[in-house]
Design a protein around this ligand. Sequence first.
Ligand code: GAP
Length: 433
Amino acid sequence: MNVDDNPNLMDKVTALCKRRGFIFPSSEIYGGLQGFWDYGPLGVELKNNIKREWWKKMVYEREDVVGIDAAIIMNPEVWKASGHLEAFTDPLMECKICHQRVRADNKEAITEHEKSHKDKEIKWTEPRSFNLMTEVFLGVTEPKLKSYLRGEITQGAFVNFQNVVNSSRVKVPFGIAQIGKAFRNEITPGNFIFRMREFEQMELEYFIKPNEEESKNTFEYFKKLRIEWYEFLGIKKENLRFREHEDDERAHYARYATDIEYNSPFGWKEFEGIHNRGDYDLKNHRLSYHDPESGENYIPWVIETSGGVDRAALFLLLDSYHEEEKRVILKLNPKIAPYKVAVFPLLANKPELVDKAKEIYLNLKLKINSVFDARGNIGKRYFAQDEIGTPWCVTVDFKSLEDDMVTIRDRDSAGQERVGIGKLGEYFDSKLN
Ligand code: GAP
């Protein structure tokens, strides 16, 4: 749903996430912590489904990509070489009245803050660079080793470049895929899970020959592949666009960059970054490649696609949110929906219906994530499942006891059909694959 149609969309989705167990403020009973969020029983399913679909698209469907899972904390020399200790910064300025800090390039935050001192003339300090890396101290004896929680998951792929080449059968061009947590000491975390201090990234580092034309073609190829993936997940085309980075906003490692942006309730915002990193990283880590066929030695260039799992979760929730009279429906792609099927007995006080429904549920659950519900009346159960995006509800009624058939109700059309219990597995397989 678009914000023009629903001005309180962000509040409604945030409240739904808390109420139904998608996302909670982290350590809430102690007042929470800015920039940190916990995923609940439904949120973890949503997030795992997004990651599974990404891995399918970027690794399993290809012959030229392998995956890794690198450690979050690395030798601090990595971050010196990668330029993060020097250049991974945001411009920060401080309000001289109340000492609140904001990003100097965040016009919205500045205006919002100035409104809070409406009668006073506000003065800001000069912008200064603020490093986003989160420090950690390791070991038991002083001085402890200072290292960092990774600010991007990427460096794990670069420092393992030689290990991957030596241990697998990859040859340039090839990619290393990875999904994992990254940490940034963001100056102004906010907009729910849009800007967090702990978040998850899904990235492909694709290594190619150092060649301008090949890098441009590869860059264009991945732009298309990535935007199509978001459309495949169900994000409306009109809510997606590309935006080229200006010279003054590019990350220190990028030769050029394009964002895929989403039309969110707080404006067009970055969904995923696609970067041409050239030889920046491998060169800084003093790594190169020996081409076994041509005998050439060179430093490959890198085209990177870097998306946020949390942003995908947020934008999918916003995009799929619908209201129809008093009914809320999350029209999530069934592949992404936390539960695929909900199974109900028509009446909760008839043991023969409950037993049959339980049996169906336990069988389905072995193959696809399903839920059993016998609370309230059937209409309320449909409402409750629509609100969390469950695509199909299966009801066992008295006729089911005679003909071994159940009613399947479709979330989006509200249409119903009778299907044999023995055919349910096949029925849902065909819908989900
Ligand atoms: N390795 C390249 C890289 O990290 P980035 O543009 O800084 O590039 C990539 O980040 C993606 O990670 C973003 O497009 C966004 O989806 C996600 N991301 C970055 N910072 C985030 C934050 N503070 N909270 C949530 N997601 C974030």
